[in-house]
Design a protein around this ligand. Structure first.
Ligand SMILES: C[S@@+](CC[C@H](N)C(=O)[O-])C[C@H]1O[C@@H](n2cnc3c(N)ncnc32)[C@H](O)[C@@H]1O
Length: 378
């Protein structure tokens, strides 16, 4: 952690900027201004919008928990076959009529459900989009673990970062291939991987390479997506041995065992294979603190042959239009995980240069909320 803090440079903000923000904040916080702006058009429209946003900040956890209840009770699936009536909802979710009504009304208020006629319920607009997004649904279920750690956020932030948390335990068991955690972990990674793979394949042309090594490739969903799109590419996956046991089984079921090589190993302690002209790090770098991240990037630079490239794909901090995803969601997630942090593309490129890469550039993806992409050259 110390290295993350020591990288922060300080530059004074201009005096006029500080004065302007101080004045703005004083006005926005004034009850008299709030009263006035809520009555005078067009300020009233802005005031209403700002108040809604402020209320979402205050109460957002109730929305997330409503969503969790809808996912866990399979209500979204039922509504997708709608219109359905309350008794069907109660029967399907195992709730009393009163509780089912409370849940479906809460869901309708946040557009997960919609009452299309009295007591006729269907999916709402958000519900329709989420219901078919397996990655997002897996994330909703997985967020229960983060929610436990965040129940007392200051306790989490004050605690020694070496102290086990619900999330760090979860990842620990998952990496050891341990029963339920490993299976929940692989489902989470696999289901959300489809979205990431789609973004990367649309943004980057793999046909310019002969081979690809996916470092920390988990159960192989990314590698499988790439090999299906580029059958001529020779592909390998490097991951921890217990994780690769699961990879081997899954690739066998998909008939891909012959097309993807497995390299069991620890990327911090074993040398990386050097026969691949492209290496990918998909949702790996942000899991590690700065010194470890630079160490991994340096090991990759050494393993790449002349002309080789490194691809880094992950959600990044400071993403325009999705800043909350970076420093708020992943910032706290990775803090609770006891390792890593979300980084902006600029921070990652500075690390790549520290690791000896000659240049890097960001490649646009369609949905940077899911992942951004950096290509780095030797
Ligand atoms: C967040 S998951 C990402 C998996 C996959 N790339 C994806 O996007 O679905 C991190 C992966 O890195 C692997 N990993 C973590 N530490 C590792 C290490 N020291 N050596 C090799 N693999 C490691 C984990 O086992 C896991 O598969």
């Amino acid at each position: 952690m110390a290295e993350e803090v020591s990288r922060i440079g300080a530059r004074s903000a201009s005096r006029w900027k500080v004065r302007w923000i101080t004045r703005r904040n004083r006005i926005l916080g004034s009850p008299a201004f709030q009263k006035w702006s809520s009555r005078v058009w067009p300020m009233s429209m802005i005031a209403r919008w700002k108040a809604r946003w402020a209320f979402d900040l205050v109460a957002g956890f109730t929305y997330s928990q409503t969503l969790l209840a809808c996912v866990e009770s399979d209500l979204l699936a039922l509504l997708s076959q709608g219109p359905v009536v309350l008794t069907e909802i109660a029967e399907h979710t195992g709730l009393s009529d009163a509780a089912a009504l409370r849940l479906v009304r809460a869901a309708a208020a946040i557009e997960l459900a919609q009452e299309v006629a009295p007591n006729q319920w269907m999916l709402g607009q958000q519900g329709a989009a989420l219901h078919t997004n397996e990655g997002a649904l897996a994330m909703v279920r997985h967020n229960r673990v983060l929610y436990r750690d965040l129940a007392e956020p200051l306790d989490l932030l004050r605690a020694d970062r070496g102290k086990p948390t619900a999330l760090s335990q979860f990842w620990h068991y998952a990496a050891e291939g341990d029963g339920e955690a490993a299976s929940e972990y692989s489902q989470l990674m696999a289901q959300s991987q489809a979205m990431v793979c789609e973004q990367v394949l649309a943004a980057y042309d793999f046909s310019q390479h002969r081979s690809l090594l996916d470092v920390g490739g988990g159960h192989g969903r990314f590698a499988a997506g790439v090999v299906n799109a580029h059958p001529g590419l020779r592909i390998g996956i490097l991951d921890l041995p217990p994780v690769l046991d699961g990879t081997s089984a899954w690739l066998g079921n998909q008939g891909l065992s012959e097309r993807i090589s497995l390299h069991p190993g620890d990327f911090f302690h074993s040398p990386l294979p050097s026969e691949y002209d492209c290496i990918s790090l998909v949702r790996i770098l942000h899991d590690h603190d700065d010194d470890e991240a630079v160490k991994l990037l340096t090991a990759i630079r050494k393993a790449l042959p002349p002309g080789g490239r490194l691809l880094i794909a992950e959600p990044m901090a400071d993403t325009r239009g999705a800043k909350g995803m970076g420093d708020a969601y992943f910032g706290l997630y990775l803090w609770a995980m006891n390792s890593g942090r979300p980084r902006s593309a600029e921070e990652i490129m500075a690390m790549l240069s520290a690791a000896g890469f000659s240049r890097s550039r960001q490649v646009k993806t369609h949905q940077p909320l899911v992942c951004s992409l950096i290509v780095s050259f030797l």
